[in-house]
Design a binder for this molecule. Structure first.
Ligand SMILES: Nc1ncnc2c1ncn2[C@@H]1O[C@H](COP(=O)(O)OP(=O)(O)OP(=O)(O)O)[C@@H](O)[C@H]1O
Length: 273
């Protein structure tokens, strides 16, 4: 197995024009660790993943993959080290599943390598990893939203990087396939020593599948630790703005949340009663 690579986000500030988003983020993901990133809509999770994938540059601070500062790496060198499954992707008219997944090989093979016909074992393995090999010759356009999401995961895996960043990988998936994809990610991390950060909105999934949870609020890290350390009624209230209780799964031992009301609704009810 190739050596795993950690991620170090150090003092990162970032804003879009007129909109500060990240306000001094420090985050260390250890090599081979599976981390879930959580927080309310708009708190900066996708932005942080894009910075860790080298698609955006910090206004201040730096991002390192292992010992490499992303600011010093070319786009192609970065794409050999880190793959990002985007939250949403444009439609790709007239492209087969295998063709799309093969796009993940661009950084490794270059444009001429992309044109060579013939099966690339990494592409075929990525198709099998997420169980989409039976659709390899179908048009991506003709797939359902959930099917397409799994194909996009295969494309990220085809990049064959040590670091995998997944922005809401379970979007569009039914519960069966949500669990299937999360178990696949856990398996790949174990088999290949991948370092994984995934944005998840389902705290139950984060608590069950991640070794570590990092919570963002308004562009700052406000909690960072194991699911047991992080998932508390305080986290539900302060970070996710829901009132609720936290218990423990009787078999697995991971935290289980019982959300009650959104906090704003509670405050509103208190005002009118
Ligand atoms: N390209 C952009 N240009 C300007 N503002 C942006 C851009 N992308 C995101 N933003 C803004 O930056 C903030 C953080 O966005 P980001 O997508 O990182 O949040 P998020 O935590 O991933 O949210 P969600 O859970 O809704 O996906 C939001 O206020 C968003 O409107």
């Amino acid at each position: 197995m190739t050596e795993s690579v950690g991620i170090h986000v150090e003092g990162v500030h970032f804003g879009y024009p007129g909109r500060p988003v990240l306000r001094g983020v420090d985050m260390t993901v250890r090599p081979g660790e599976l981390t879930a990133l959580i927080g309310l809509n708009g708190c900066g999770k996708s932005t942080l993943l894009r910075l860790a994938a080298g698609l955006l540059r910090p206004d201040a601070g730096r991002v390192l993959l292992g010992a490499d500062d992303l600011a010093r790496l070319s786009r192609r060198a970065t794409a050999r080290r880190v793959a990002l499954l985007h939250q949403s992707a444009p439609a790709v008219p007239g492209m087969t599943v295998r063709h799309l997944v093969r796009q993940g090989r661009y950084a490794a093979r270059g444009p001429l390598g992309m044109l060579r016909e013939g099966d690339d074992p990494v592409v075929e393995r990525a198709l099998r990893d997420v169980g989409v090999e039976q659709w390899a010759d179908r048009d991506v356009d003709a797939l359902s939203g959930g099917e397409r999401q799994r194909v996009r995961l295969a494309m990220a895996l085809a990049q064959d990087t040590r670091v995998l960043l997944l922005d809401e990988p379970t979007t569009y998936l039914d519960l069966h396939h949500q669990l299937d994809v999360l178990q696949t990610v856990v398996r790949l991390r174990e088999e290949r020593g991948l370092t994984v950060v995934m944005v998840l909105h389902d705290l139950a999934h984060a608590a069950r599948f991640a070794e570590r949870i990092v919570a963002l609020r308004e562009g700052r890290v406000v909690a960072d630790g194991t699911p047991k350390q992080v998932v508390t009624p305080g986290l539900l209230a302060e970070v996710l703005k829901v009132a609720g209780r936290v218990g423990e799964d009787p078999e697995g031992g991971w935290p289980v949340c019982y959300p009650d009301h959104p906090i704003a609704a509670l405050e509103y009810e208190n005002q009118i009663h």
